[in-house]
Design a protein around this ligand. Sequence first.
Ligand SMILES: [Zn+2]
Length: 383
Amino acid sequence: MTFDLPVEFADNQRYVVVPGGLRDVHVHFRDPGTPEAETRATGAAAAAAGGFTCVTTMPNTTPAGDSPAWLREQIEDASLPCRIAPSACITKGRLGREVADLEVLAAAGAVAFTDDGAFVDDAHVMEEAMRRAAKLGKPVMQHAVIPALLGAGVMRDCAVARKFNLPLMPPEAETEAVRRDIALVRTTGCALHVQHISCAGTVELIRAARREGLPVTGEATPHHLLFSCDDIPADDANWKMAPPLGSREDVAAIREGVKDGTLGIFATDHAPHHASKKAGGFRTSANGIIGLETAAAITWQTMVVEEGMSPQDWIARWTTGPAALIGETPDPDSFTVIDTQANRVVDPETFKSKSRNMPFAGLRFAAWPAMTVFKGKVVQKWE
Ligand SMILES: [Zn+2]
């Protein structure tokens, strides 16, 4: 089936229809294991509120998503207001030591493999996983950061890091991980997707790999498009995520990568945490911020309003880009309407997510989802 995106928009056209609805290949619903942060029900409600009709859950739950039973639990709840197309672990227990039963997991519905939250550090393990994933026609999605280069790093070099003497993440922790994995793409032929890109060097590596004809994709998150580490106001863990916010040059490079198609996918890395897990500042708090309900607003602001990207390309980054990664096309019975002149302030009190950990509260954005239609049914409508 082919799927045509709208070809033309009038200048200042207020409402934009997203065919198939927005799609997010990177969400954490903490289910099973951490219901105080999020459940599948609250996560799916947050997704629908954000305009999403299909999300890919990450397997870093408790227990980890390395079994068919785990996948069935993700897939089978038909009462949810969006579809879950889950990923599954690359390695058993996400421990990085032994490749999981990828063939069994693919047959049970895994759309991709990832140990997200952890990098598969052992190159031999990663190579075996990529050979087997390639045979299955499934991509591997990598949380690209080499632990030995990261150390205890929680922030890139910036004023707040220096003021509070916080341990730093060198950009090489990410770029060297991506360099290794691209080399493995050459030997295995496996499709590689680099998650939440934070460094200019990573964008350049992916651009070169794609020019070489390698099946390498990358995702840009709303927060890495909106903020640099220079925007972090204090030792406030609502700004803490992995990888951390990059420099201003990194933000510019990621935006350029999105514009020229090097990064063909937006993804939120929606990472809910109970407030108690974020109370301790950067050194001790958990990584991650929520993002489903602000994703459309922030990516429209940064890429369409500020960078002049076309609405068609913005739609593609949320629809055909992520769908192609997992071998799908947008759902013909679903769509999202974006009100590009809604002009609303981020109000966490309106969120459907169970968590509130994010640095966007009080910011005003022009474009917001007005209506989400999932499988022919209105699941969210903003008044
Ligand atoms: Zn990650």
